[in-house]
Design a protein around this ligand. Structure first.
Ligand code: KIV
Length: 277
């Protein structure tokens, strides 16, 4: 049975929550096998899978496509799908309809960026029975439009503002909140001030859990290397090395060898040759 909202809530203050992104079946299977608590089908998929400059162009159709593949690949991890830019801002009914599409595609919960300004939207989605994860601090869908990549909550006022946003999401019924690029001291204070788990990305060690983009963990995406992302592999270099060896083997005739080829019976071959002759 996949982990539920109840399981994630019960981990607060007991055990750290591990979350990683995935966008396809094979990667989801591997993440699940590694034992992560949740897989986030992030709209970061628009950048690392589709090559967009940022997450703004990502569509509902693309998010449903990624979510279907990921949900087929997991057994135990909870699947949370991002609601892309402009899939929930226009009206509550638009938000409910699109959250429902992601659940039908296989997600167990949806994630929305924003705080107080989306409180009523979050409430409406939760009220119909769809679990919601919040996302505050650096919000890639909109903060990029205003000020670019910037660490959040560096002043008292900014920190208080973030605390109010976290409380609003908790009151609206969100089951957890992602903190992106929030100063570690402020992450700790807010984590201790709310009852739902906080999941940090670039927000220090005191959040209740952590999330990273799988391409950053594996060293697959070379365009942006965030300071907060720990690389556990240099897979891009290994992949280029492997494909170069394959190309060289094709060019030199070393591949395919006997072990990668199929044969016709000798007698059949003789008969064939006779007939052709
Ligand atoms: O889209 C994403 O991958 C995210 C994480 C950065 C939290 O929202």
């Amino acid at each position: 049975m996949p982990k539920s909202v109840k399981d994630i809530l019960a981990m607060k203050g007991v055990k750290k929550i591990s979350v990683i992104t995935a966008y396809d079946f094979t990667t989801a299977q591997l993440c699940d096998k590694a034992g992560v608590d949740a897989i986030l089908v992030g709209d970061s998929g628009g950048m690392v899978m589709l090559g967009y400059e940022n997450t703004i162009p990502v569509t509902m159709e693309q998010m449903c496509f990624f979510t279907e593949a990921v949900s087929r690949g997991r057994k135990n991890a909870m699947v949370i799908a991002d609601m892309p830019f402009m899939s929930y801002q226009a009206s509550k009914s638009q938000a409910i309809e699109n959250a429902g599409k992601l659940i039908k595609a296989g997600a167990d919960a949806v994630k929305l960026e924003g705080g107080i300004e989306i409180k009523e939207t979050v409430k409406a989605i939760v009220e119909i029975g769809i679990p919601v994860m919040g996302h505050i601090g650096f919000q890639p869908q909109t903060t990029t439009l205003q000020e670019g990549y910037k660490v959040q909550a560096k002043t008292k006022d900014a920190a208080l503002n973030l605390l109010h946003n976290a409380k609003a999401l908790e009151e609206a019924g969100a089951f957890s909140i992602v903190f992106e690029m929030v100063t570690k001291e402020v992450s700790k204070i807010i984590t201790e001030s709310i009852c739902i788990p906080t999941i940090g990305i670039g927000s220090g060690p005191d959040c209740d859990g952590q999330v990273l983009v799988v391409h950053d963990v594996l060293g697959l995406y070379e365009k942006i290397k965030p300071k907060f992302a720990k690389r556990y592999l240099d897979l891009a270099a290994d992949i280029v090395k492997a494909i170069t060896s394959y190309r060289n083997d094709v060019v030199s005739g070393k591949f395919p060898s006997q072990e990668h080829s199929f044969s016709i019976e000798k007698s059949e071959l003789e008969r064939l040759k006779k007939e052709i002759a």
